[in-house]
Design a binder for this molecule. Structure first.
Ligand SMILES: Cc1cc2nc3c(=O)[nH]c(=O)nc-3n(C[C@H](O)[C@H](O)[C@H](O)COP(=O)(O)O)c2cc1C
Length: 169
């Protein structure tokens, strides 16, 4: 699958088979994440691989849109390291780029994934930070729920010429 096909056919997958995700696949997703661009090439990120069933089951108790984690074999928590941020807050964009790379790589590898919003919701990122014993300068940014897809979704065509401008508004 080439890059355009992976991007254009990526959809949020919230239903998974029981098949576990191999460590090699997780490593590939993390490699894709860390290939993302970042302001000043600061790479202000950390990733927490979560495959502990108790933790995956705990998150939906306070994150209302994360119920699929109860069936997900694994999730990757993308975190910003604000002590490495030299871009005046651009760690947020950096972590978003890393998150999107995980989603596209997952699609290219035949995995299903969905981006779960964490930052800037304090009730979510502070709870996750405390739950996982993370230091204060680490900010949980997004959680990517992963597994082999148990649902298929057609590509969603969103190209909208009305949103395209040239040389001005
Ligand atoms: C910043 C962000 C936060 C999101 N948070 C959630 C979430 O908490 N739970 C969820 O099920 N989907 C979440 N999504 C996925 C969106 O609902 C999904 O991308 C959107 O509906 C478009 O569908 P598609 O991904 O299948 O193209 C989030 C997506 C983004 C970019």
């Amino acid at each position: 699958m080439d890059a355009m096909e992976a991007i254009l056919t990526r959809r949020s997958i919230r239903k998974y088979t029981r098949q576990p995700v191999a460590q090699k696949d997780i490593d590939d997703l993390l490699t894709a994440a860390m290939a993302a661009p970042s302001a000043n090439n600061q790479q202000p990120w950390h990733f927490v691989v979560i495959d502990d069933r108790r933790i995956l089951d705990e998150i939906p108790k306070f994150h209302p849109y994360s119920q699929m984690l109860r069936d997900a074999p694994v999730a990757i928590l993308v975190c910003g390291d604000v002590s490495l941020d030299r871009g005046g807050g651009m760690w947020v964009q950096d972590c978003a780029a890393a998150t999107e790379n995980i989603l596209i790589a997952a699609r290219a590898k035949g995995l299903g994934a969905v981006w779960l919003g964490v930052f800037p919701r304090e009730d979510r990122y502070i709870t996750i930070r405390e739950m996982l014993g993370m230091p204060e300068h680490i900010v949980p940014f997004s959680l990517v729920s992963l597994g082999f897809p148990a649902e298929q979704k057609a590509p969603s065509t969103r190209f909208n010429q009305a949103r395209v401008h040239r040389n001005g508004w």
